[in-house]
Design a protein around this ligand. Structure first.
Ligand code: 5GP
Ligand code: ZN
Length: 116
């Protein structure tokens, strides 16, 4: 199900270009347009879910799949040893700016903690 005026639904539909690094029947992953680290990939479900807060019990397998895809991409980019961060911002107050659920996969440089 595609949501009107959702940038990520448009990327999935091929209406906005993106550099895809993974595609399967449940999710896709592509490079972030404004990378915050040498590796910055977004893993998103094909189905439009606004945020993690909107996910329900029926989405449990999908969420697990997204995290496994995130780990596979990190591994393919050589981040397993150096480490990487998988982030889901939920709500504007936490920095969510695109309201289609997505997991950031960030790595390739030292990452500070706590985040801002
Ligand atoms: P959020 O702030 O919602 O957690 O993350 C949204 C991310 O989407 C940001 O890192 C932003 O750079 C990225 N982004 C926004 N618009 C586009 C776009 O059109 N293409 C790509 N590849 N990334 C985008
Ligand atoms: Zn969407």
């Amino acid at each position: 199900m595609s949501e009107n005026n959702c940038i990520f639904c448009k990327i999935i539909a091929g209406e906005i270009p993106a550099t895809f690094v993974h595609q399967d029947e449940r999710c896709v992953a592509f490079d972030d347009i404004n990378p915050q680290a040498p590796v910055h990939v977004l893993v998103i479900p094909r189905e439009h879910l606004e945020s993690l807060d909107e996910a329900s019990q029926r989405d449990e397998a999908l969420l697990g799949h997204m995290l496994r895809v995130a780990a596979r991409i990190a591994n393919e980019r050589g981040l397993s040893e150096s480490g990487y961060r998988t982030v889901i911002n939920t709500g504007a107050g936490a920095g969510q700016s695109v309201f289609h659920l997505h997991a950031h996969v960030i790595g390739g440089r030292a990452l500070a903690w706590p985040p801002g």
